[in-house]
Design a binder for this molecule. Structure first.
Ligand SMILES: NC(=O)c1ccc[n+]([C@@H]2O[C@H](COP(=O)([O-])OP(=O)(O)OC[C@H]3O[C@@H](n4cnc5c(N)ncnc54)[C@H](OP(=O)(O)O)[C@@H]3O)[C@@H](O)[C@H]2O)c1
Length: 409
């Protein structure tokens, strides 16, 4: 997910002293946050903007990479004590309260001359949640939230132009900025995105297994961006065998980028023929995870990391798979197929976001395979809805993305 996908464009950085509204500053902070995409997990994407006492732009920053400086530190690093007198810090997520790989941002801000902190979302991490706000308030700083939260001053209180619809739109933008992190914290499992390339009539392959290529090279480039944006790309064993994908990242913005690959294979058989698959040549063994069933008896391999998951009627139990991946340090997974795996993710209520790339072609359903063929809906009340949709054009193709709301699971 790129900032330009949710706020229409990447916001140009203003000149120093240029006047800015709070809303423009938060849009810039969101745009900044996405510059860290692919490098921050398990941390969230966070962006920050600093305005002076007259609401003029001073600086901006973002969390660049795991273990690196947080967005607030990046934004403040070149400002003098004079600059900070009466300054306003606008940040997409509540400043952190705890000391981890880096110091506490709330304590750092509390010790400086800044006057006010406006934050986007409360950090759901129990080590922070509301405590960042408390630290700042205890130091006498004005703290307000950009969208309403119970018990916290809301910076647009009384401004009638902030309708409920506008508040909800901003809540969605802020949540999308750190959605992987929000699901990790709440559900202790990897965030799951489904990525599909399909025809207009919903087919993702022919029954013969042929599926290359449905969409244009421009779409496929975006697919590589999405691989970098997620810590791992996952496929079922049939896709591995039929398509022989590398599942690595080949994108100009991410040179020499190392992602992880996951294959679902109950029996663990694919490990025997790993020499024949491009995937095993494209990644180091520690970056490949083959998830096998308990009944397989397979427990380790030289070719890949082996994760053992419980089994059910549909194959491996996917909730356990995404919990195991989270425990292994994988916070977000891009599921690329095939139809059976995609269908099972939907059936088991384990798909957070859909990225559907649709080409202006028809493949027919007689010899085609629908990407949702594994999803069984018998009543309209069970339908799955795409929330907060965004539609983008890539050359001749369109991409639609949104959060999946399961009424079935
Ligand atoms: N257009 C696209 O975007 C796209 C993308 C990818 C693939 N494809 C096409 O999709 C086709 C392959 O799809 P497919 O449906 O036949 O197979 P698949 O989804 O790639 O793989 C399914 C296999 O994964 C294993 N598996 C283990 N646990 C599972 C679970 N909980 N849910 C689902 N599968 C589980 C099973 O094999 P084991 O018995 O080995 O465990 C199962 O047979 C190929 O033709 C490929 O070209 C198209």
């Amino acid at each position: 997910m790129k900032a330009s996908w949710i706020i229409d464009q990447d916001i140009p950085v203003p000149k120093r002293w240029e006047p800015m509204t709070l809303t423009a500053a938060m849009r810039l902070a969101v745009s900044e946050a996405f510059k860290g995409a692919g490098f921050t997990e398990p941390n969230p994407l966070v962006g920050c903007v600093v305005l002076d006492s007259q609401n003029r732009f001073l600086s901006r920053g973002f969390h660049r990479k795991i273990g690196g400086a947080h967005a607030e530190v990046e934004a403040l690093k070149n400002l003098s004590a004079q600059d900070l007198k009466g300054a306003k810090v606008i940040v997409t997520l509540e400043p952190c309260a705890h000391e981890g790989r880096t110091g506490s941002c709330a304590k750092m801000l509390a010790s400086l001359g800044v006057d006010e902190v406006v934050f986007g979302l409360i950090d759901p991490n129990p080590k922070v949640s509301g405590q960042g706000v408390q630290i700042l308030k205890a130091a006498g700083k004005k703290v307000s939230s950009f969208i309403p939260f119970a018990g916290i001053d809301y910076c647009f209180e009384g401004d009638v132009s902030w309708t409920q619809a506008r508040i909800e739109s901003w809540r969605s933008i802020l949540e999308q900025t750190c959605e992987h992190f929000l699901v990790n914290q709440a559900q202790k499992r990897a965030f799951v995105s489904l990525k599909v390339a399909s025809s207009l009539d919903g087919q993702m392959a022919l029954q013969s297994g042929e599926s290359q290529w449905i969409t244009s090279p421009m779409c496929r480039q975006e697919g590589h961006y999405l691989r970098a944006f997620h810590q791992a790309t996952l496929v079922g064993s049939k896709t591995l065998i039929m398509d022989d994908p590398q599942l690595n990242v080949r994108h100009p913005e991410f040179p020499n980028f190392k992602n992880k690959a996951v294959v679902l294979n109950q029996s663990g058989e694919i490990l025997k023929s790993s020499n024949n698959q491009k995937l095993f040549a494209a990644h180091d063994p520690e970056d490949i995870y083959v998830v096998v069933g308990e009944s397989s008896g397979v427990r380790n391999s030289e070719a890949a990391q082996v994760l053992v998951a419980p089994e059910g009627a549909g194959g491996l139990q996917l909730k356990s798979v995404f919990e195991l991946l989270f425990q292994a340090g994988i916070n977000s997974v891009l599921v690329e197929g095939g139809a059976r795996v995609l269908g099972q993710c939907l059936e088991q209520g384990l798909a957070d976001r859909l990225y559907l790339f649709q080409a202006p072609i028809l493949m027919g359903s007689s010899f085609g395979r629908s990407w949702s063929e594994g999803l069984h809906i018998s009543r309209m009340s069970e339908k799955i809805t795409l929330r907060n949709q965004i539609v983008k054009r890539f050359g001749p193709d369109i991409m639609i993305t949104g959060r999946l709301t399961m009424s079935k699971a």
